[in-house]
Design a binder for this molecule. Sequence first.
Ligand code: NAP
Length: 496
Amino acid sequence: MADALGRDVQVAIIGAGFGGIGAAVRLRQAGIDDIVILERADEVGGVWRDNTYPGCACDVQSHLYSLSFAPNPDWSRSYSRQPEIWAYLRQVVADFGLAPLIRFGHEVQAAAWDGAALRWRITTSRGPVSAAVLVVGSGGLSEPAIPQLPGAERFAGRAFHSARWDHSFDLAGRAVAVIGTGASAIQLIPAIQPQVARLMVYQRTPPWVMPRHERPYTLAERRLLARFPALRLLARGWIYGLRELLVLGLRHPPLMALVQRAALQHLAASVPDPALRARLTPDYTIGCKRILLSSDYYPAIQRPNVELITAPIAEVRAGSIVTADGVERAADALIYGTGFQVTSQPIVGRIRGCDGRTLAEHWGGSPVAHLGTTVVGFPNLFLLQGPGTGLGHSSVLVMIEAQIAHLVSALELMRREGLAALEPRPAAQAAYVAELDRHMAGTVWMNGGCRSWYLDDTGRNSTLWPGFTWQFRRRVWRINPAEYLLTAATSPVVAA
Ligand code: NAP
């Protein structure tokens, strides 16, 4: 029987960001056309649609931070800004004719595996849909994390998260408090500093900051890249190779001393005042938290209208913030640059497997997946950017594309062998996760002396891949049927 969305489908994809869009393109190229993309917003783009804060840009160079099958010789600068990346993704949707697949305003509220029908029963905000295969492309950085500061509910000014920027609020001439000094905050602080009257930066942990060597591409360079695709590949390969070198240091923390020295030199050259410099100097090994790239953060922090505050926030009042040292500072706006719910994403509480329990219940706060992509007890479920696939050094799109290759390979296997369902064997998943944890043990993320959002509630690093990205790709891109439990179909599930 047809469902509220018109029909049952072979593949339902949650999210129209880089992951969902990339998966849809690759599936169609493999001849799998019966796809629906369920997108809760009314535009494609994922984080590049949601993050519109001033100064938002990518800290991976665009020729690497783009889909391998959709190269763009026309990037305007080495590190693109949010509007250009968002426009690129919309262009990919147009170029590959994906618009008819996307259902905007369809938030996935629940998805349950129907063991009798061997299908996913999905409840969206606009009605149900069923699918043989469910792909989760909702991203790891989609749900803002807003800390429960004492008294925050009493704040009478504007308060918003960096990923939900309130463009209706004019910051000009205002007293503005920014909480956090992570990747988002260090971009927005220099961008808003010239407009505001006072900027108070509440820092809990100083980040390591390296200079950001960026520049616009000349018209001649762009024409050359368009004319000679091999040059574009060379540029991509060069960026990729240089970034992979960092893995050596992330895996062997003593090697990070060189990088740390360069960051200290950047700090020393940028901040002459020793007292301020001391407050901006991290006390953990570089790389333990994400290394930030900025050439304008340290200059901004030293502008006369900016104050760096390192005393913990004790209380928020109607028009001010009070720190633990008793100082009260008036504020008209409170901007949370406090990151995302990475290891506790709401979507994992909405997906129920064979035993009726959710992914969140299975994981108990510490996510695991076979190859970061498939999960025991959750047949025909594919996670893009699942556990252990994040990166601290390169383009996450490289990882997503490897996972998409796995998905396509799995669906081709299902088609070839006439399978209705597949899920990883418990032993295969357990061995993979143990191997991942073993490699993780010696890394800077576990031994660098910091507490980062990469670690889950149990202290495990269930977020990152602890190796070279080519190692992940080699391990993942083609499915090994021996690692999976296969269920034969009585009628074809993935049609030819
Ligand atoms: P983030 O890196 O998690 O930083 C959050 C900041 O808020 C940290 O400084 C954190 O301090 C602080 N914070 C959190 N809770 C707090 C609390 N209760 N009280 C005081 N301070 C608190 O978040 P993000 O900057 O949004 O970046 C998240 C990720 O998004 C990045 O790692 C990156 O992967 C991605 N991103 C990338 C770019 C880029 O490409 N340039 C830009 C933005 C975001 P602690 O360090 O003490 O926890």
